[in-house]
Design a protein around this ligand. Structure first.
Ligand code: SAM
Length: 221
């Protein structure tokens, strides 16, 4: 998969693309991430990318010209252009699976008051990561890329994500590691029994119990 990120703050991505699982996925050519500075696409002498809103109001609005030019340069027939915006569709694991099957993502990060409305006409999807406002689309873009990249075959251990929260609309079961007794807090006996059938049953029951208690909405799906 190839991902092109369009941002005013490319430096925010340095750690993201070089660290841990994402860094390894890039190194092993499972994903390619290119970060583009929107200012480089501005035809303004001072590389201006924003302006005041028509009709008045606070803040600056990202202008059409650099965004249109940048997307038109990067887009191919395989591209899916994603605008990050608080009024978009709320992102979830099912969206992450869908996006993980695409060949090319172009991820557009906003800033200030957001985008000139006409920019929506050239994107394929508008995504929000939740009902709160962040200063820019950089962190949302990393949230989406991280959740998508780990689903690309070969990035994490085969099938390990199938047992994680939100798959089959269940939350993950409780996990423990050594020691089996920490200050009197004990690991359930079944996990020490070596009986894999019983362990699987225990985990499914715990997973369902936790989901019913914390996220009953998932069980209705
Ligand atoms: C300060 S926000 C603009 C908020 C906009 N005026 C509004 O009220 O909907 C600036 C940029 O941050 C990004 N952003 C902020 N919150 C977000 C969220 N919850 N999901 C996705 N992107 C977000 C978007 O790219 C947005 O254009």
């Amino acid at each position: 998969m190839k991902i092109d990120v369009i941002t005013l703050f490319p430096e925010m991505f340095i750690q993201f693309i070089t660290t841990s699982i994402i860094g390894r996925a890039i190194k092993h050519n499972l994903v390619e991430i290119n970060v583009h500075n929107l200012r480089d696409y501005s035809t303004d002498a001072h590389h201006k990318v924003d302006d005041t809103p028509y009709g008045g109001g606070d803040g600056m609005v990202l202008t059409c010209q650099p965004v249109f030019d940048c997307i038109e340069k990067l887009r191919t027939k395989d591209s899916c252009v994603i605008m990050l915006t608080p009024d978009g569709t709320t992102f979830d694991e099912a969206n992450a699976y869908d996006l993980s099957r695409k060949k090319h993502l172009i991820v557009l990060c906003g800033h200030y008051e957001g985008f000139d409305e006409r920019i929506r006409s050239i994107v394929d999807m508008e995504i929000s990561i939740g009902d709160y406002i962040l200063t820019g689309g950089e962190i949302p873009s990393m949230v989406i890329m991280d959740s998508v990249i780990r689903l690309i075959p070969g990035v994490i251990k085969e099938n390990s994500h199938l047992l994680e929260s939100f798959n089959n609309n269940l939350l993950d079961y409780p996990v423990y590691t050594k020691p089996s007794d920490f200050r009197g807090l004990k690991v359930p006996d079944v996990l020490l029994s070596g009986d894999h059938k019983k362990i699987a049953e225990y985990r499914l029951v715990e997973s369902k119990k936790k989901t019913a208690k914390r996220r009953p909405d998932l069980l209705k799906k």
